[in-house]
Ligand binder design. Structure first.
Ligand code: NDP
Length: 246
């Protein structure tokens, strides 16, 4: 059941996170939205509330542990708890290793890996305490298959895959009944390519997305499906992308 679930979404100011926030709110979830850009978050919350939905936002950088704690606290104070956390914030500044864009490597690791760790650290005590909870995380097809230009990004998404599997296993062993779902999207039309500073990679990926890219609404439906399952049912993984994408 989605109705009345309190769902925290990181990376909610655009793309997959924004689409998921709108869909879940339209199905009567209470969504708590996090990202760095306040204007986008405020506009989204206004839009959801104008449509009769329930939403709140927290300006946050997932790299900061205290921002992650703050969004969990906001969910508890505003809506009385947390049922689901969707760890979705991420960047993809792809480039060949030989370009030595080391600042981008480190930033990608900080956001895509440490951001996930910070989110889990903030919410896990609550989920353990209530012996339930649902963690959904956005990996990528880059977490399943390596490709040139995606060494660091792909590495961070492999991490998400492994991390989520261990979380599920440990939770089962410890009897905390935390559900987990990992998403592996392919080309989804969002703002993600805007992070790429390498000209060649930007052109290649733009061409790929122009040919194949599909709406983030499609990923939102998959997230909603995972949440909608009965508590005793775990939808563990989804690969989702354009039908003809190789
Ligand atoms: P967008 O760029 O549209 O969305 C990324 C979101 O992450 C934004 O809301 C952005 O908000 C947020 N974000 C980035 N850095 C931070 C940070 N430090 N702290 C908090 N929020 C942050 O792209 P997508 O919707 O496509 O990306 C969502 C996820 O999907 C990412 O993890 C991405 O890797 C993954 N993905 C996307 C694919 C695609 O083809 N689009 C394919 C596979 C995976 P703000 O800038 O306001 O902070």
């Amino acid at each position: 059941m989605i109705k009345d679930k309190v769902v925290i979404i990181t990376g909610a100011s655009s793309g997959i996170g924004e689409a998921t926030a709108k869909l879940l709110a339209s199905e009567s979830a209470k969504v708590v939205l996090g990202a760095r850009r306040e204007d986008q978050l405020r506009q989204l919350v206004d839009e959801i509330q104008s449509a009769g939905g329930q939403a709140a936002y927290q300006v946050m950088d997932v790299v900061n542990p205290s921002d992650n704690t703050a969004i969990v606290k906001l969910a508890q104070e505003t809506f009385g708890g947390v049922d689901v956390i969707f760890l979705n914030a991420g960047i993809m500044p792809n480039s060949p290793l030989s370009a030595l864009k080391t600042d981008e490597w480190h930033r990608t690791v900080d956001i895509n890996i440490k951001g996930v760790l910070n989110g889990i650290a903030a919410v896990l005590p609550t989920f353990i305490n209530q012996k339930s909870g649902h963690v959904i995380a956005t990996s990528s097809v880059a977490g399943l298959k390596a490709y040139p230009g995606g060494a660091v990004y792909g590495g961070t998404k492999w991490f998400v895959r492994d991390f989520m599997e261990v979380l599920r296993m440990e939770s089962a062993l410890e009897g905390t009944n935390i559900r987990t779902a990992t998403l592996y999207p392919a080309a989804i039309n969002t703002e993600l390519l805007g992070q790429i500073t390498n000209q060649d990679v930007a052109e290649q990926m733009t061409a790929l997305y122009q040919q194949y890219g599909i709406s983030p609404d499609r990923v939102a439906k998959v997230v909603a499906f995972a949440i909608d399952q009965p508590e005793d049912t775990n939808v563990t993984e989804f690969t989702i992308g354009p039908t003809p994408q190789p």
